[in-house]
Design a protein around this ligand. Structure first.
Ligand SMILES: Cc1cc2nc3c(=O)[nH]c(=O)nc-3n(C[C@H](O)[C@H](O)[C@H](O)COP(=O)(O)OP(=O)(O)OC[C@H]3O[C@@H](n4cnc5c(N)ncnc54)[C@H](O)[C@@H]3O)c2cc1C
Length: 371
């Protein structure tokens, strides 16, 4: 007999994991399945393992977790145990700024900035581990959802591998299958969320679809370089270092920040984040290295690293972060269709990114409590 889950959550990023963990704390017997296209947990805040050299693991998406000074008590309740156990490390001292004259200085930041230790992927894992009845939270990875249907009060969710899964409630933790960008990405001709509803049947969904269309995203390209020369990397003292590029450099070169992440064997991964609004151009790698060398010309330790760095990976984030037209939280839950939405595409009156993603999940669980 087919299992009918209480909840299917599409996605396993920060908002999905926060939602599943919070719901499990409130109702430990509810069954939840998180269906994720990627190979592991974390979404845009995950970690990639090199296929060629399994020892190398690097954060190729979100590099650090920012919380505003006004972060909610509820979020603090979730993250405080991680801060106390040093699974979230305060990295405000490990962030520098480089200006167009090649001078490094301490970056001033009004936010609380953390990194998940040892890797970004561990943040979502730890949030899930906070659940009370872990057995009730299941995962299906490398599963891409292309079609959803609501038939006789049951959600039927169809994956690219032909698997059909069913649930009483459905949560979309990503805007993907509600946003026109999915047509190209999934190679389909109509929006799966629109196809699930006759227009006019569900006001919340109709409005959400209309508003989601307006969402635009910051695009990012992350270049991953590797420095394996162990005698050379010894002169670099940090376990982790993030350097933010000044606005002039951002405008000239599209460089946003560069992260140095020590590997378990002492070698170093360097992730260069580039920032775009309308398209993702290809840049010549030699030009990138030369630009970095000329920016860091005053600092031998960085010059040596860039001279030895080889490109091992590249990640195109076509939708790294919503830019504007965030959705109101009133659209997060439709009680008549038992469908809900969470993620950083909702306006949660907070810093954005991770803080918004977590706040949206807290808010969605509150909607469910009321319904
Ligand atoms: C390079 C980079 C830099 C960033 N920098 C910043 C920053 O400086 N400040 C900031 O605030 N934020 C930043 N962000 C954004 C931040 O990472 C996100 O706001 C946060 O991780 C969002 O979490 P989420 O759970 O809402 O979404 P996601 O992490 O995107 O989770 C959604 C998940 O759903 C999955 N999914 C979607 N559709 C389907 C489908 N049809 N089938 C199966 N699975 C599906 C996706 O694979 C994904 O794993 C950055 C992101 C990137 C990538």
């Amino acid at each position: 007999m087919t299992t009918i889950y209480d909840f299917i959550v599409i996605g396993a990023g920060i908002s999905a994991c926060t939602f599943a963990s919070l719901l499990n704390k409130k109702s430990p017997d509810i069954s939840i399945l998180l269906v994720e296209h990627g190979r592991r947990i974390g979404g845009r805040a995950t970690t990639r393992q090199s296929r060629k050299n399994k020892i190398l693991e690097y954060d190729h998406g979100l590099p650090s977790i920012n919380f505003s000074k006004h972060v909610s008590e509820d979020i603090l309740k979730l993250v405080s145990p991680l801060i106390e156990s040093k699974k979230l490390l305060d990295i405000s001292k490990d962030i520098l700024l480089i200006n167009e004259f090649g001078l490094l200085s301490k970056a001033l930041n009004a936010n609380l900035i953390y990194r998940s230790s040892p890797l970004m992927v561990n943040f979502c894992e730890e949030i899930i581990n906070q659940s009370i009845n872990r057995k009730k939270i299941n995962f299906s990875f490398q599963t891409l959802i292309k079609s959803i249907k609501h038939i006789n009060d049951i959600w039927e969710v169809k994956a690219n591998n032909g698997i059909l899964i069913k649930s009483k409630n459905l949560i979309l933790s990503s805007s993907l299958i509600a946003h026109p960008r999915c047509l190209k990405i999934l190679n389909i001709t109509s929006l799966p969320l629109r196809d699930a509803f006759i227009p006019g049947k569900d006001k919340v969904v109709d409005t959400l679809l209309k508003e989601t269309r307006k969402l635009t995203y910051i695009m990012r390209k992350v270049y991953i370089f590797y420095v394996s020369n162990l005698s050379l990397v010894q002169s670099f003292n940090n376990q982790y270092l993030q350097i933010i590029f000044s606005n002039v450099i951002k405008e000239d070169l599209n460089f946003e920040r560069i992260i140095f992440q020590r590997q378990s064997d002492g070698s170093i991964i360097i992730a260069l984040h580039c920032f775009y609004i309308n398209n993702l151009p290809e840049i010549n790698i030699n030009n990138i290295i030369n630009s970095l060398k000329s920016l860091f010309t005053n600092y031998k330790v960085f010059l040596d690293l860039f001279s030895e760095a080889s490109l091992i990976d590249k990640m195109d984030w076509r939708a790294s972060q919503p830019l504007n037209h965030l959705l109101p939280k009133e659209l997060q839950w439709s009680d008549s269709s038992k469908i809900g939405f969470c993620g950083d595409w909702f306006d949660m009156n907070s810093y954005g990114g991770v803080e918004s993603a977590m706040n949206s999940s807290l808010s969605l669980v509150n909607f469910l409590n009321q319904s």
